[in-house]
Design a protein around this ligand. Structure first.
Ligand code: T3D
Length: 262
């Protein structure tokens, strides 16, 4: 068993590094399961207060490992609906449902499901040389891993359709201009800046940050009335947290708060 995902936990930041650089960190089953194990740990371990997802080598991820889909090997056509259900979709849900911030540092090319995995994260930083490719159209597939959902919502139909239908690369700076990612960083500064951001968030009021993430995601489908009710419910919970008491006390005492995440 190789280390297809490298895992470290430092100062509350669980860093998950996709690690199949010779295959541009494309997904085989082993890497899927390793990433899922890391994300499950993020859900269960209270000492994890933020996640940083990145890739090793010159790519973030080239999506599905197409070597595992070689039609020349014979046999029936694969059931890709089943592989989405089994591998990609649980991972996307683990990221979206995690009540802790997930930072993505896109260190290089992100293609196919690799691009859409990045777009599922909460804050995306990308190296200046990184690019995003909806590579699916080149091989006769449709965008998956939540890509049609993210692109259509964030960019609107015209840009989402053009990216998906042409599979043209979208450079990091344009992705930031279009609001698809948060920020572009010089290549050699990416990991340090993403780690600093993740560390800052990991020292934050985790319960409140998790509820904030939940609220913003829920806004996509809620009416204003539903959203106002949800804000009320979440604020009630946040207002009972020890981090809220600490935040207000620290403000009144003119000192830096020390949040426990509770
Ligand atoms: O199947 C299911 O379960 C359904 C789910 C599907 C999800 C998907 O993600 S489908 C889309 C799959 N991904 C792609 O179609 C992208 C394929 N890759 C590329 O288009 C290009 O490699 C890149 C644009 C990402 C990068 O281009 P470039 O020129 O920088 O690198 P390269 O020379 O093409 O690749 C370098 C090596 O990585 C090369 O291997 P080699 O020749 O050095 O031994 C290449 O074969 C390998 N590689 C790159 N992408 C993949 C890959 N090997 C396997 N699978 C890949 N996706």
């Amino acid at each position: 068993m190789t280390d297809t995902v490298l895992t470290t936990l430092v100062e509350g930041v669980l860093t998950l590094t996709l690690n199949r650089p010779e295959k541009l960190n494309s997904f085989n089953e082993e890497m899927h399961l390793a990433l899922r194990t890391g994300l499950e740990m993020a859900h269960e371990d209270p000492t994890v207060r933020a996640v940083l997802l990145t890739g090793n080598g010159r790519a973030f991820s080239a999506g599905q490992d197409l070597g595992d889909r070689d039609p020349r090997k014979g046999g029936p056509a694969p059931d890709l609906g089943h592989t989405l259900d089994t591998f990609y979709n649980p991972t996307l849900r683990l990221i979206r449902n995690l009540q802790k911030p997930v930072i993505c540092a896109v260190n290089g090319v992100a293609a196919g499901a690799g691009a859409n995995l990045a777009f599922a994260c909460d804050i995306v930083l990308a190296a200046k040389s990184a690019k995003f490719i909806q590579a699916f159209a080149k091989i006769g597939l449709v965008p998956d891993a939540g890509g049609t959902w993210s692109l259509a919502r964030i960019l609107g139909e015209p840009r989402a359709k053009a990216l998906a239908l042409t599979a043209e690369p979208l450079m990091a700076e344009k992705a930031a201009d279009w609001g698809l990612i948060w920020k572009v960083v010089e290549d050699d500064a990416l990991l340090a800046e993403a780690t600093a951001l993740a560390t800052q968030l990991a020292a934050g009021p985790t319960l409140g940050l998790g509820l904030t993430k939940h609220l913003i995601q829920a806004a996509a489908t809620n009416s204003l009335d539903e959203q106002l009710d949800l804000e009320r419910d979440c604020q009630r919970r946040a207002g009972r947290s020890s981090d809220y008491a600490e935040g207000v006390t620290a403000f009144l005492e003119k000192r830096k708060p020390e949040f426990s995440g509770q």
